[in-house]
Design a protein around this ligand. Sequence first.
Ligand SMILES: Nc1ncnc2c1ncn2[C@@H]1O[C@H](COP(=O)(O)OP(=O)(O)O)[C@@H](O)[C@H]1O
Ligand SMILES: Nc1ccn([C@H]2C[C@H](O)[C@@H](COP(=O)(O)OP(=O)(O)O)O2)c(=O)n1
Ligand SMILES: [Mg+2]
Length: 239
Amino acid sequence: MWKRVASLSPLISSKRSSTLNQAAYTFKRFESFTTETPAQGKVGMFFKGKTPFITFVLGGPGSGKGTQCEKIVENFGFTHLSAGDLLRREITSNTEDGAKILDTIKEGKIVHSEVTVKLIRKEIDSSDNYKFLIDGFPRSEENRIEFERITEAEPDIVLFFDCPEEEMVKRVLNRNQGRVDDNIDTIRKRLKTFESLNLPVVNYYSKRGKLYTINAVGTADEIFEQVRPVFAAHEELST
Ligand SMILES: Nc1ncnc2c1ncn2[C@@H]1O[C@H](COP(=O)(O)OP(=O)(O)O)[C@@H](O)[C@H]1O
Ligand SMILES: Nc1ccn([C@H]2C[C@H](O)[C@@H](COP(=O)(O)OP(=O)(O)O)O2)c(=O)n1
Ligand SMILES: [Mg+2]
């Protein structure tokens, strides 16, 4: 019987972080940004006079990240950056990185973080939006640390789509997008990677009071009704 991997992590809480955490975090964010001037080597810190609003979207393969990101884009005007899509685009561009990325993805492993973060940062820097959904990222502590090193930014919201393994496998096998990693052998490897590398990142953000755990079973619309209030609570997103 497939297990629900999230239950392995008792620290995962669906509660919003404590007010104290939020206040401390808000102060830190503005403190670090108010003295900030757009500087080389960092993600542009000010977008149309606003600091970037960053959401990380986490969850196992087939948990519904991409599907929910589409709804968040429609309702809240975010720019959707799928780390997986950026990596697949690199593969089709026939670069040296592309060949290595393909091998890594086929093995269900995680691509070296400097490659992935470079692709994400390029998209953020070239965007005229300040609201970003970074889908399928960070997938490891190395991803997280590299993102923070390069951008000196932390996420405002971290969504975690909690889905039973059996459901994830079913959805990925029915995805029919012709992906090299949507086969039963690779999925099993990806699920092991999810448990060993992704879940520690989920726990990290849970401890920092930034995690919102969403029950990813049900129709896409039902699931989005859990997602909507997370963003509606941030009035700065409606301006
Ligand atoms: N709530 C849902 N119920 C059933 N199928 C879903 C649901 N959400 C997404 N799917 C389907 O499952 C597959 C994986 O969804 P996707 O959004 O690509 O997940 P992820 O990006 O987490 O891998 C897609 O074929 C998608 O259409
Ligand atoms: N941060 C990331 C995101 C994806 N990857 C690689 C490894 C992942 O299995 C593949 C596919 O990622 P993607 O998010 O598109 O996969 P799912 O939508 O969850 O099925 O890309 C990575 O190495 N690092
Ligand atoms: Mg996806």
